[in-house]
Design a binder for this molecule. Structure first.
Ligand SMILES: [Zn+2]
Ligand SMILES: [Zn+2]
Length: 173
């Protein structure tokens, strides 16, 4: 995973803005975590880091797109992945547990922020669970495999009467 730790010791009180365009921030973990697809429109992120009394405010957004196969019809399509964030980051406690892992670390007494890990988490949050090319994608015919967005097939499917489905699921004892 690409590492990118931003030193925060000299961030002024009014904050500092950072821009990220290094694609390996996204392509690195996409490969590592086997996200199917490749980058379409290049990813970009901006991040404003503002010091607070007991931590840092991290706000901004990111945007880009990935080309990946549709979960229903298997055709490649472009999925825009973007999001905004507004997060308060606290320095690690003296006894860090795995559950509340801080994205800040202290190096020689100076705080550093895990920008790469943060941006990857934002990417995952913005990624739909099962990406489809269109809400109304008809997918592949389960019988003959034809892409039903492109062609009609003559397979007859017994969808059944939905009113009877309730009865069908009743167990007879
Ligand atoms: Zn589709
Ligand atoms: Zn068919």
């Amino acid at each position: 995973m690409t590492e990118l730790w931003i030193p925060l010791n000299d961030v002024p009180a009014e904050g500092r803005e950072f821009h990220f365009t290094d694609q390996s921030l996204w392509t690195g973990p996409m490969g590592e975590f086997r996200v199917p697809g490749k980058v379409g429109r290049k990813f970009e992120a901006r991040m404003l880091i503002t010091p607070q009394d007991d931590g840092f405010l991290v706000s901004g957004g990111f945007s880009g797109s990935v080309m990946l196969p549709c979960g229903r019809c298997a055709e490649d399509f472009e999925l825009v992945v973007e999001g905004d964030f507004d997060s308060f980051e606290e320095p690690p406690g003296p006894e860090e547990s795995l559950e509340d892992e801080s994205r800040l670390r202290m190096t020689a007494g100076q705080p550093e922020f895990d920008a790469a890990g943060f941006l990857w988490e934002q990417f995952l949050l913005a990624l739909p669970e099962s990406p489809v090319c269109a809400e109304d994608c008809k997918g592949l015919c389960p019988d003959c495999g034809v892409n039903r967005n492109l062609a009609a097939c003559s397979c007859k499917r017994d969808e059944g009467d939905p009113r009877l489905a309730v009865l069908r699921n009743l167990k007879l004892s």
